[in-house]
Write a protein that binds this ligand. Structure first.
Ligand SMILES: Cc1cc2nc3c(=O)[nH]c(=O)nc-3n(C[C@H](O)[C@H](O)[C@H](O)COP(=O)(O)OP(=O)(O)OC[C@H]3O[C@@H](n4cnc5c(N)ncnc54)[C@H](O)[C@@H]3O)c2cc1C
Length: 259
């Protein structure tokens, strides 16, 4: 009987594992379960999608010759079955089945396996700051997060963005918002930006460059809480040194105010 390889998670690691499994055993029945609606996209491109350097999301999920890597691509080209919107909920290791639910219809299904590969990625770390649940506060990890942020920016109601943390993704998002004409502030708890990848001397140089571009950089400063309007929309970010209000002017457009 053909070996059943089941993979949970269908972005970078999951799709690579699927392709590799087929190369090692062309007869294997390889199946991917992905709880999101899109597989095999380049998460690294999300800031550029939000800044509109990448205009069409299909560019994030296409091969070098422009073929979209969707479920039918995986079926026809790789011989791999993809179930999107399918969340694995339970692994029964005795029976060797994964119990999953379709996130839209609620339909439950069991997927048997001989080999099971977990490629479920990570989750954003959300610091325990009061008010982080307010509307208008986002994390960026999945393409769905990218759609939400880009849609919000496209509504042209966003005038000011505060980035909490100056790691690689935070600074890429600072650049993305800057390119969208948004007034950007970066708040970093440590004394320089990119603290995980740069030493202090280089981090200070990078901060000076970024500040000269017009992005506000506050290092050695901690976000204490976020405050919102009565209907739960973020309005203020309170740090241990200042209050960052949501009402701000568009760069070069002092007459406008908004979020
Ligand atoms: C904004 C941004 C910029 C980045 N830039 C770079 C870069 O420049 N260079 C670089 O090397 N890396 C970069 N990365 C990191 C890179 O995108 C990740 O390392 C890569 O996506 C990890 O792939 P993965 O398959 O392990 O996990 P993920 O991409 O997290 O995929 C895991 C998938 O598993 C699914 N899943 C989880 N649980 C279940 C379940 N129970 N059932 C079904 N499905 C499930 C999730 O929905 C998710 O789609 C960036 C990431 C982001 C967010």
């Amino acid at each position: 009987m053909n070996k059943k390889v089941l993979i949970i998670g269908g972005v970078a690691a999951g799709c690579k594992a699927a392709a590799r499994s087929k190369r090692l055993d062309a007869e294997a029945e390889v199946t991917i379960l992905e709880k999101g609606g899109i597989v095999s996209y380049g998460g690294c491109g999300l800031p550029y999608f939000i800044s509109d350097v990448i205009k069409d999301e299909k560019e994030l999920m296409s091969t070098a010759i422009g073929v979209v890597r969707d479920a039918s691509y995986f079926k026809n080209v790789k011989g791999v079955t993809v179930h999107i919107n399918t969340c694995a909920e339970e692994i029964d290791r005795q029976k060797k089945v994964v119990k999953a639910v379709h996130v839209a219809t609620g339909e439950r299904k069991e997927f048997p396996y001989d080999k099971l590969i977990l490629a479920v990625g990570g989750e954003p770390v959300i610091p325990p700051i009061e008010g982080v649940q307010l509307r208008g506060i986002y994390t960026l990890r999945t393409i769905e997060d990218g759609f939400k942020i880009k849609t919000r920016v496209a509504e042209k109601s966003v005038r000011k963005a505060v980035i909490v943390g100056s790691g690689l993704i935070g600074m890429e998002m600072a650049e993305a918002f800057y390119h969208r004409g948004i007034d950007v502030t970066v708040v970093e708890m440590l004394d320089w930006i990119y603290p995980a990848v740069l030493d202090k001397d280089m981090g200070l140089l990078a901060a000076r460059y970024v500040s000269q571009k017009g992005i506000h950089v506050y290092t050695g400063e901690k976000v204490l809480r976020c405050e919102g309007s009565k209907d739960g929309l973020i309005q203020r970010v309170i740090t241990d040194k200042r209050e960052l209000k949501s009402r701000a002017c568009h760069r070069g457009d002092p007459g406008h105010s908004g979020e």
